[in-house]
Ligand binder design. Structure first.
Ligand SMILES: [Zn+2]
Length: 490
């Protein structure tokens, strides 16, 4: 498939560059996943959705993609300066449950929400606690290179020493002098030689449950280390793309670069990609100020911010209408407008089914298709792609009124291209089809309920129980009431 040259904005060089994978036909992509100590934040859903779109487009182009997105289940402290409680341990203490119960609860929540928004699962979803040994090995290597030091059982990365031969701050465009100038020393809380040093291993306080043995102490890895360990393990010392939210650029990604360069002597990643933030009614989202909405609250309509519930595809369409590097403002008006646009797009796709071929083409489908690819090849410009899709919508509506026509080949190319971009690349779901499927399911279950009623009328209890139990095994629960039998999906 000839689709043109793909350019990606590389945060490392601060410009759009032509993307060529290290191994032809294959792409290795790592994205920093969630810290699973609370319900997934809507802003994080946007970040992960941006990379889901990137993943989908690469697959659409025919690449074999290994997409690694981790789960942070240990080591992420409340404060980026390596102080404060572990976020998961704190939640466990507050709720009086085991840290791994916190991890389980919010990992399940994360997957549920992402499924609702039609995310593709990553190829590998590794956890920090599953890679403690690999992390300890990296600490050892960095110590052997003389770029880390131990104090009281904790190990810190020596940023100043590293910076003598490397460039710490090159991703976030900071220099070490400014960092030294701007970092406040946290009184007596740190064993660090310099405040900008960061923890590779932390000795656990006696009350800290999440601890592992190491050559230095019973403790836990520093937060930045897990991503270096897991990306290296699954994608190699050098891979194509590393992504994450803009807020992770510093210190998290800067530290990842430093760790990998200290260990392997070369830069770990060719392209760094950062997705921008989501605001709510023009302001930063924060639980503390109440300017906050959970993804599940958007879908249920159970919130004080929106006038009604919105479907996952409308939310997805809304997010795709902005470029991933732009700040996007979430509001009721914006969602209402997106819902209109989404409905218009789906209506056009449905009416395309009834349009028959004409004797001539009044619209250049090949040129239009090339524009769709050009939009995506320009740093995944989904808003421009959507504008092109609406060019097609305009033509479809003209054809419906017999004011335009396409010959058979052009018509099928138009259909195929729309399907590809709307469903495969943007990941939108045709709600009408979902509704039709659910109507079909209801019809089948109703049929089985009436067969069971017949069996009961004939006192064939074995048959009646069999129908109930087989449905239950499929997650369909029957409930007998005064008004008859109803069912629910488990
Ligand atoms: Zn990370």
């Amino acid at each position: 498939m000839q689709t043109g040259e793909l350019k990606i904005y590389n945060s490392l060089t601060a410009k759009k560059e032509t993307f060529n994978p290290i191994n032809e036909g294959y792409i290795g992509m790592y994205v920093c996943g969630p810290t699973v100590y609370s319900n997934v934040h809507l802003g994080n859903v946007r970040t992960f959705m941006s990379f889901d779109m990137v993943f989908r487009y690469f697959k659409h182009l025919g690449y074999k993609v290994r997409y690694v997105r981790n789960i942070t289940d240990a080591g992420h402290l409340e404060n980026d300066a390596d102080v404060g409680e572990d976020r998961i341990a704190k939640k466990a203490r507050l709720e009086q449950i085991e840290p791994m119960e916190v991890v389980q609860r919010y990992t399940v929540d994360f997957h549920n929400i992402l499924n609702k928004f039609n995310f593709l699962p990553p190829s590998i979803e590794p956890t920090a606690t599953g890679h403690i040994i690999e992390q300890i090995e990296i600490v050892k290597e960095i110590m052997e290179k003389g770029l880390a030091y131990e104090v009281n059982g904790s190990v810190y990365f020596d940023v100043l020493k590293f910076n003598e031969t490397n460039d710490y701050g090159k991703l976030s465009k900071r220099n070490v002098e400014d960092l030294i100038h701007n970092t406040r020393e946290l009184d007596g809380q740190s064993d660090k030689k310099n405040p900008q040093d960061f923890a590779l291993w932390k000795k656990a306080e006696p009350q800290h449950i999440m601890r592992w043995p190491s050559p230095w102490s019973d403790g836990f890895p520093g937060w930045h280390l897990e991503c270096t360990a897991m990306s290296t393990k699954y994608l190699g010392e050098q891979f194509d793309i590393h992504g994450g939210g803009m807020d992770l650029k510093f210190p998290h990604h800067e530290c990842e670069i430093a760790q990998a360069e200290a260990c392997n002597g070369h830069s770990p990643v060719n392209f760094w990609m950062h997705a921008n933030m989501l605001t709510l009614n023009g302001k930063k989202m924060a639980k503390s100020t109440g300017n906050n909405i959970l993804p599940s609250e958007i879908l249920s309509g159970n919130n004080d911010i929106l006038s009604k519930a919105f479907s996952p595809s409308v939310v997805r369409f809304f997010m795709m209408q902005a470029h991933y590097r732009s700040i996007l403002d979430f509001s009721n008006d914006a969602l209402v407008a997106s819902e209109k646009g989404f409905t218009k797009l789906m209506d056009a796709i449905h009416s395309l089914e009834d349009i028959s071929e004409g004797s001539a083409s009044s619209f250049d489908v090949k040129a239009w298709k090339a524009k769709c690819y050009a939009a995506m090849n320009d740093d995944f410009n989904t808003p421009i792609l959507i504008a092109e899709l609406f060019e097609a919508v305009k033509q479809i509506n003209l054809m419906k009124d017999d004011k335009a026509s396409l010959v058979a080949d052009d018509l099928s190319l138009l259909k195929r291209t729309i399907q590809d971009f709307v469903f495969e690349v943007l990941g939108l779901v045709d709600q009408q089809e979902v509704q039709a499927d659910s109507d079909k399911l209801s019809g089948v279950v109703e049929l089985l309920i009436s067969m069971r009623n017949e069996a009961r009328a004939n006192k064939d209890w074995a048959k009646s129980d069999e129908i109930r139990d087989q449905l239950a095994a499929l997650g369909i629960v029957l409930k007998d009431g005064k008004a008859g039998t109803t069912f629910s999906l488990n």
